[in-house]
Design a protein around this ligand. Structure first.
Ligand code: FAD
Ligand code: SF4
Length: 511
């Protein structure tokens, strides 16, 4: 039976059981399509990384005896959307059966459901064989429970998968979580090893994207493209991480520095999200490395890393499938301001924001704490509409795919779900930023001041946010300390802070 198998751009899983054998009756289809380049305004490096990785994957399939129908963005037959391309190939090759892997995004799930109904041929959906949990695993795990604490999910995952636990199921190192050991400020010591940055020439792919007039953001050096775009590349980045960066990963997980875009972070999210690497192989490889180097690598480094992938990544996916489709609309704090224009240009005097946004525009990357405590924190404190915050995060980062972007942005960072993902909003005044980085030393604002022309905007915005949104937090025990500090402010102080914050918000230029 002639079968067409669809491979989406984020389904480049070399280890999938589909590829164990080849058949002259099976055709694989991969396409660069406007449907995917245009649903958000993506960073140019993201579009290039996807197209390059898809081409490399198609070549790998062909070299293993599979038949591949690959449509480049400018190819004549390309109808630029999944439905038309699939219908065309089914008709041209007289295909009798259609197969696909479950997509990770809700919009694609809906689209594929319609496509298979309309095709009127046999069809089958397969698992992607990538994640450690199924789509509904988290929903079942938390059934009947009031709170969806990531920590309890993570501990369960450790036990269930026998990861960093002893024979009795107790945590290695006698502690489940070494989060408190992961908050060191970095200041030049220890030296940060060089990242594994490739210097690939991607000019051909870039030209195709430019000729197609795809609207993108950010910059690119097409002669020295730095991201992994194949399994081989991804394994090199993983090995480099284990050897050079893992020894300090946990310590400086929350640190920020204006001159260090990556610090000790792994840069593995793109490879993971398009499935060039599987989460279990990343976890196993890093744990094996730690096992052979326990003298140099403390438990808090490996636990901090494993928690991100076994815990947060699987948890966020579970939240996405539990809450979709309503999650894209949720705005429990009723925030409606516009996202400032400087998110697209980095033109601001606030040095922390300038630095984090410049990083993002130049590298299609910012590490977690920059996303959460600089750009996310500021968007929340200025009470920005989560739709606009989402659109920015979905476009700008190399690893941004809705299933992981949305719960991180709308849930963890913007608290728009009212506390489903985060037990309290991730907000801070300038003093936290000053504690975790050296941004403030280079800033025209004074981090110690709340009001006045040179006062750090984060300070008035923070207290103003608490004043304006306190009704949403009054029953939250984790907010009681913040609110009692708020209550200690004198009436005049509160008035001045509010006037300062509102005049600042009104002065922001937004389209
Ligand atoms: P490392 O710090 O080296 O961490 C290792 C791996 O752990 C990452 O590659 C990633 O796969 C996983 N991980 C870490 N934190 C998270 C998390 N919170 N959720 C899911 N996985 C996690 N991650 C994305 O992959 N795509 C996104 O679109 C995305 N959007 C985000 C938006 C906001 C507002 C925030 C606060 C975080 C977002 N994250 C997203 C999570 C995290 O910031 C990135 O995964 C990380 O910065 C990627 O860099 P890295 O590979 O060097 O990560
Ligand atoms: Fe950011 Fe305020 Fe520090 Fe400037 S002073 S870098 S605005 S936290």
């Amino acid at each position: 039976m002639k079968t067409l198998r669809l491979i989406l751009g984020d389904q480049l899983n070399h280890k999938h059981s589909w590829y164990k054998s080849s058949s002259s009756d099976i055709f694989y289809h991969i396409a660069e399509i406007r449907q995917e380049t245009d649903y958000a305004i993506h960073h140019i490096q993201k579009v290039v990384a996807f197209f390059e990785s898809m081409q490399t994957f198609a070549e790998w399939l062909k070299s293993h005896g599979h038949q591949v129908i690959y449509y480049q963005i400018d190819c004549k037959e390309n109808r630029q959307n999944l439905k038309e391309n699939i219908r065309q190939i089914v008709a041209q090759l007289d295909i009798q059966r259609f197969e696909y892997q479950l997509p990770d995004e809700y919009r694609l799930e809906e689209q594929l459901n319609t496509i298979v109904q309309e095709l009127q041929i046999e069809y089958k959906a397969y698992d992607t064989e990538h994640f450690l949990t199924t789509r509904n695993y988290l929903k079942d795990f938390f059934k009947g429970k009031k709170t969806l604490l990531m920590e309890s999910f993570y501990r369960h995952m450790r036990r269930e998968n026998n990861i960093l636990v002893d024979k009795k199921g107790d945590p290695e190192g006698n502690q489940w979580n070494f989060d408190k050991g992961n908050r060191k400020k970095w200041s030049e010591d220890p030296q940060i090893p060089r990242q594994y940055l490739f210097r690939k020439n991607v000019e051909k792919t870039l030209k195709r994207i430019q000729a197609a007039k795809i609207k993108t953001i950010g910059s690119i050096n097409a002669k020295h493209f730095t991201w992994p775009t194949s399994r081989e590349d991804s394994l090199k980045v993983l090995n480099h991480f284990c050897k050079y960066l893992l020894p300090h990963f946990g310590d400086y997980q929350d640190a920020m520095d204006p001159n260090e875009a990556y610090l000790f972070h792994s840069r593995l999210s793109f490879s993971l999200n398009c499935k060039l690497l599987s989460p279990s192989e990343v976890i196993n490889r890093t744990i094996n490395h730690w096992n052979s180097n326990k003298k140099e690598i403390h438990m808090n480094q490996i636990e901090g890393f494993v928690r991100q992938i076994l815990g947060w990544r699987e948890y966020m996916r579970g939240i996405y499938w539990q809450e979709m489709p309503n999650y894209t609309k949720i705005n429990k704090l009723q925030n409606h301001n516009s996202l400032p224009n400087f998110y697209w240009t980095a033109q601001t005097d606030m040095y922390c924001l300038k630095s984090a946004i410049k990083n993002s525009l130049e590298h299609a990357y910012a590490h977690h704490i920059q996303r959460l405590m600089i750009t996310g924190n500021f968007a929340l404190l200025t009470q920005t509409d989560p739709d606009q915050v989402d659109a920015w995060y979905l476009g700008i980062y190399i690893d941004a795919i809705q299933w992981v972007e949305l719960p991180n942005t709308r849930g963890m960072s913007q608290y728009a779900d009212g506390g489903l993902v985060a037990t309290k909003p991730y907000i801070s005044s300038g003093s936290y930023i000053n504690k975790m980085s050296n941004y403030c030393d280079n800033c025209r604002y004074n981090v110690k001041k709340r009001v006045g022309e040179d006062a750090c905007p984060f300070n008035s915005l923070y207290w103003n946010f608490l004043l304006e949104k306190r009704k949403y937090f009054k029953k939250n025990p984790r907010m009681s300390m913040m609110l009692s500090l708020l209550d200690k402010l004198k009436t005049k102080e509160k008035k001045d802070i509010q006037a300062q914050a509102n005049s600042f918000i009104n002065s922001l230029s937004c389209n």
